[in-house]
Design a protein. Structure first.
Length: 302
């Protein structure tokens, strides 16, 4: 049974099609990435998963439970960390987590609350009022709230946006542990290095549709070999080199990135640039990564 099953989900806001027939499944125990530019439909899809929004058509199931027909059970199996910093200013951290436990019928949950606070470095803030916390600490409380009922499926919607390195490291250490223990994790992030390091499989959305769905390694292998990045001054890019560019050169840009299958491909590129009169100001050779793949796919080249 899939942890999350999404079948032909459609959602419109007036003339805007937010989701256009999205279909994919996420297996139990996966660390799954949901990527896309702003407006791609990621947050709309998560809102439908959480029961905060309703699809115009299609279905979504969490551990086999329909999010509309069996909302109570589906919601109990899901923990969501939203993008927005939403908090109740009148309660301490511990009181907030106890109330969140109560929403799921957990009356004696202090041992797990203490463990969650410990792993998110919230213990010394347990009795602090949430309104007195910094933005990073409020983000930690949101994560704790999502985990307080030990959900088998965890959705993290931009959990590290605008937070410090310490929180990112603390959060990923704890979430990776939960994933090893069998929890399914779904991550949306604009930090593609995080997605590459953490996610086993990735779906990419563009314009409300899935445009790529594969393992992280398979997606990266879409761009074979390495890439040569050069920063130029002087003459324009030779037309003969245009087919080798990993993506079209932007107007006015002096940065070009070439695909190379092997190191012997470098010298002909440099020779063509020299012959054109271009001056190389800087040059770097690097392996393709998820960011390169993301750019390729979002530009429609793959």
């Amino acid at each position: 049974m899939a942890a999350i099953q999404i079948d032909q989900v459609m959602k419109r806001y007036g003339t805007l099609q937010a989701l256009g027939g999205v279909t994919f499944s996420i297996e139990e125990g996966e660390f799954f990435g949901l990527l896309g530019p702003n407006g791609a439909g990621k947050t709309t899809l998560i809102s439908i998963l959480a029961g905060l929004n309703r699809a115009d058509s299609g279905s979504v199931k969490i551990m086999g439970h329909d999010v509309v027909k069996d909302y109570r059970k589906a919601r109990s199996l899901l923990g969501v960390v939203p993008q927005e910093l939403v908090f109740d200013p009148f309660f301490t951290v511990r009181e907030t987590l106890r109330m969140q436990s109560g929403y799921f019928g957990l009356a004696k949950n202090d041992a797990w609350i203490d463990e969650v606070m410990h792993h998110l470095d919230l213990t010394n803030k347990a009795d602090a009022n949430t309104r007195s916390l910094s933005g990073g600490m409020k983000r930690r409380v949101l994560v704790a709230q999502a985990l307080v009922h030990k959900p088998p499926v965890i959705v993290l919607d931009e959990p590290t946006a605008g937070v410090d390195v310490e929180l990112r490291q603390t959060l990923w250490k704890f979430i990776a542990r939960l994933n090893r223990e069998g929890h399914t994790v779904v991550l949306t992030t604009h930090y593609l290095e995080e997605a590459q390091a953490l996610c086993n499989r990735i779906a990419m959305l563009r314009g409300g549709k899935v445009v790529a769905l594969d393992t992280t390694d398979a997606l990266i292998n879409r761009i074979s070999g390495s890439q040569l990045e050069v920063r130029l001054s002087g003459a324009a890019m030779p037309a003969s080199l245009a087919p080798l560019l990993s993506h079209p050169l932007e107007p006015g840009s002096n940065r070009a990135v070439f695909r190379i299958a092997e190191y012997t491909d470098v010298e002909p590129i440099l020779a063509a640039l020299r012959q054109s009169g271009a001056v190389i100001e800087d040059m770097q050779l690097h392996q393709a990564d998820l960011e390169d793949v993301f750019i390729e796919i979002m530009e429609g080249n793959k």
